[in-house]
Write a protein that binds this ligand. Structure first.
Ligand SMILES: [Zn+2]
Length: 108
């Protein structure tokens, strides 16, 4: 998910930094909920210049370490975005992709 997808980033000083382990636990929990836990093979938290996160078709999820200082709602949006790509098996942001995103994020 490209960084441009988020127009306003909260100042880091106003946010509580979470640990890498918690971010990874959040991704694992969402993978179970979305039904891709068997396909999510690796999770990496690392600095990324142009993206908040990315996922390979082989199930390698990379999360930007800047997410550790972002609000829970935004971390959730980024994680769910990548895992819906894994579920659908392609990188298209089509109607089905958007419908699934809405379904998973609704009521959160
Ligand atoms: Zn995407």
């Amino acid at each position: 998910m490209r960084k441009a997808a988020r127009t306003h980033v909260e100042p880091v000083s106003f946010q509580t930094q979470i640990t890498r382990d918690l971010l990874i636990a959040e991704a694992r929990a969402w993978a179970r909920r979305i039904g891709v836990d068997n396909r999510l093979r690796e999770i990496h938290v690392r600095p990324m210049k142009r993206k908040w996160a990315s996922i390979s078709t082989r199930g390698r999820l990379s999360l930007n370490s800047d997410l550790l200082a972002q609000p829970a709602s935004f971390r959730r949006e980024v994680i769910v975005h990548e895992l819906v790509h894994l579920k659908l098996g392609h990188g298209a942001h089509n109607k089905l992709f958007r419908a699934l995103m809405r379904a998973y994020l609704e009521g959160e």
